[in-house]
Write a protein that binds this ligand. Structure first.
Ligand SMILES: *Cc1c(COP(=O)(O)O)cnc(C)c1O
Length: 427
């Protein structure tokens, strides 16, 4: 699509345009390989001289269409789909970091990303300093080292539902001449486009709202094309120096604004292979077609549930940026005035045992590791997703031992509140 459409129209039509006699619905191209007429045509593809498909680990038409749709929705120049959100965050960082480098990340991030940065990437020789995202610019700036290559945070953090001051983080990143990577999984581009606020790269776990129905695990990396790699060329040799594995091409010279995603595809996906299957891309596309409708409903429902919980005397605290009493209310109004997401966090008076009893008493809301899909579910991070973290790490990440993460689905809000009401009677 060359014309600029609204987000809802892009949700439906972005990324794929059927021509005469072609399937109207994005087809699943279930083929590992693609044919060419002669050896020379194929060689050009291998040399990145021409665009085209030859092997689905690197590129597949179904998967590409979805990448294009998400890139458009986020206002980026290009995107790469990955097998999971974990792979997306790994690729986003690894594309511009190598052994000996350092990154700075907010402590308020998903437990899986925290482990990736603090344990596994450390084994790769990439170290990470975690910072309190609500600290001053000066304080956060102290974490930067000469070998720092990335600043990383989440728009709305999982599971603490804290809101990132994206503009502040962009200023900090850019004053240290590094790109800002924002994981936008919870807000989705329907409610917030981090690139418009200065983020350089946006990542997603498409397993959440984008898929929206809990059927496929996937991820995505979107590049804004805005970061000037050449201006700090010595920091990012992978993009600004010749790549020996492609006869010495230099990504920024040959691909300009497409350099970052081209390198991630041609090098990381080629070598690490965390590719999304065409079938899963089809499911993500299916979900994307209703993303604009679902996000509205998720937010409206979560707002009602948050207000209900906030007025319940058995509840110790509630976090949801849509509540006027929330610490992140102002930031939420600034970055997503039309609603945030369906996820909220709360704690019950009486602590851990009461929380478990309460959760076990719910009938409609299920206990599930998943979050951000059509069915309401909840989870106790200290006993589930974050159980590998020490008590100290939990508190540092803002995950209090009594925190319950509630992912409000798109059922009828009245039924959800009635379910909570019944469970409250049991504690
Ligand atoms: C779930 C999640 C991830 C990891 O995604 P997977 O698809 O489960 O690998 C990363 N970031 C955030 C914010 C998430 O919620």
């Amino acid at each position: 699509m060359t014309k600029k459409y609204g987000k809802g129209t892009e949700c439906i039509h972005g990324g794929y345009e059927a021509k005469k006699g072609e399937p109207r619905v994005l087809p699943i191209i279930q083929s590992t390989t693609f044919l060419y007429e002669n050896s020379d045509q194929m060689a050009k593809l291998f040399d990145l001289e021409e665009e085209g498909y030859f092997y689905s680990r690197l590129a597949n038409p179904t998967v590409d269409a979805v990448a294009k749709k998400i890139a458009t929705l986020e206002g980026g120049v290009a995107a790469l789909m990955t097998s999971s959100g974990q792979a997306a965050n790994l690729f986003a960082v690894l594309n511009i970091c190598e052994a000996g480098d350092h990154i700075v990340a907010s402590t308020s991030i998903y437990g899986g990303t925290f482990n990736l940065f603090s344990v596994t990437m450390k084994k790769f020789g990439i170290s990470c300093t975690f910072v309190d995202q609500d600290a001053s610019e000066e304080e956060i700036g102290k974490a930067f080292l000469p070998n720092t290559k990335v600043l990383f945070a989440e728009t709305i953090s999982n599971p603490t539902v804290n809101v990132l001051d994206i503009e502040k983080f962009a200023r900090i990143a850019h004053s240290h001449q590094v790109p800002l990577i924002v994981d936008n999984t919870f807000a989705t581009p329907i409610h917030c486009r981090p690139i418009e606020w200065g983020a350089d790269i946006v990542t997603h776990s498409t397993s959440k709202y984008m898929d929206g129905h809990g059927v496929s695990v996937g991820g995505c990396v979107v590049d804004s094309g805005n970061f000037d790699w050449k201006a700090v060329a010595e920091k990012y040799p992978g993009l600004t120096q010749p790549d020996d594995s492609y006869h010495g091409i230099t990504y920024v010279e040959k691909f300009g604004k497409m350099a970052y995603i081209t390198k991630a595809t041609a090098q990381l996906m080629r070598d690490l292979g965390s590719t999304m299957s065409p079938q899963n891309a089809f499911y993500v596309n299916f979900g994307l077609e209703t993303l604009h409708l679902r996000m509205k409903r998720h937010s409206e429902n979560a707002q009602k549930v948050a207000e209900y919980l906030n007025s319940n005397e058995k509840v110790a605290w509630v976090r949801y940026s849509g509540l006027k009493t929330d610490a992140a209310y102002e930031l939420g109004q600034k970055y997503f005035p039309n609603g945030s997401c369906g996820v909220l966090a709360f704690g019950l008076k009486g602590g851990r045992d009461v929380s478990i009893q309460f959760m076990d008493s719910l009938k409609l809301a299920s206990i599930a590791t998943h979050v951000a899909d059509s069915q309401t579910c909840l989870l106790h991070p200290a006993s589930h997703t974050h159980r590998q973290m020490s008590e100290e790490q939990l508190l540092e990440a803002g995950v209090s031992p009594d925190l319950i993460r509630l992912s409000v689905g798109i059922e009828d809000a009245e039924d959800l509140i009635a379910d909570l009401e019944e469970a409250f009677k049991k504690i």
